[in-house]
Design a protein around this ligand. Structure first.
Ligand SMILES: [Zn+2]
Length: 236
């Protein structure tokens, strides 16, 4: 009759807890996706285009302006990196444009390879986004407009931001971990200073458009992109 090895039991318990936490995060993201499917049954979801392995789906009537905004975001990423790298890194992501599902500009659901963009906010410029978001205490005026320009398309850069969440999840199998040990005050925006996961997505967005970020952030993002792109290649 031996006593159980407590170290082993603790680590099993921790593993089980992590597994069940992760499962509830998956369930939560799947539930959001299901509510989108509930609001927009299959006959109301239209594949508008496919590029770099990503599928863009309009929920409700497609708006041709939205396609050009999204292509501009993809082009920015392809110019900063390479088309093949972007394709390998983001292949399999489905981007839904829908009203009334995501708050703000949109939401990444990386565990189900999905981004939901708020179609109502597509085409809003950075100055308009900052005016609305700062009212709600969500963003600081100037953080984007001083760098990207007031007229820059907030939904284009917002789409790139959401892909930053996908990148972090694909690199680390979680969000909020890649930048966990970094000094949050060095995040390029106030919004990024609030949470490591937002720091990651904001820094990615700044880097894609060639705006400066501190070198620790840049090094992690470059390494993660390389890692995720390489992993996707070997899955082919
Ligand atoms: Zn975000």
């Amino acid at each position: 009759m031996g006593l159980p090895n407590s170290d082993q039991n603790n680590s099993e318990l921790e593993t089980n807890m992590r597994t069940s936490q992760e499962q509830s995060l998956v369930d939560n993201e799947q539930a959001k996706l299901n509510s989108l499917f509930g609001a927009y049954p299959e006959n109301e979801r239209h594949l508008i285009f496919t590029q770099d392995g990503m599928e863009f789906i309009a929920c409700g009537k497609p708006n041709p302006d939205h396609q050009s905004i999204l292509i501009a975001g993809i082009t920015a990423m392809e110019q900063r990196f390479e088309k093949d790298v972007i394709t390998q890194a983001f292949k399999g992501v489905k981007i839904y444009l829908a009203n009334g599902i995501a708050s703000g500009g949109g939401e990444a659901l990386p565990r189900v390879d999905t981004i939901i963009l708020n179609a109502e906010n597509m085409g809003m410029n950075v100055a308009q986004m900052e005016a609305i978001a700062s009212e709600a205490g969500m963003y600081r005026v100037g953080d984007q407009s001083d760098v990207f320009g007031a007229d820059a398309d907030a939904s284009e850069v917002g789409f790139v931001h959401e892909l930053g969440h996908i990148l972090e999840f694909r690199a680390h199998l979680d969000m909020g971990v890649g930048f966990q040990t970094l000094d949050s005050l060095k995040s390029p925006t106030w919004y990024g200073q609030q949470k490591p996961r937002e720091d990651y997505a904001e820094s990615w967005m700044f880097m894609v458009y060639g705006h400066s970020i501190d070198q620790d952030r840049e090094a992690i993002l470059q390494a993660d992109l390389k890692k995720v792109a390489a992993a996707n290649v070997s899955r082919l």
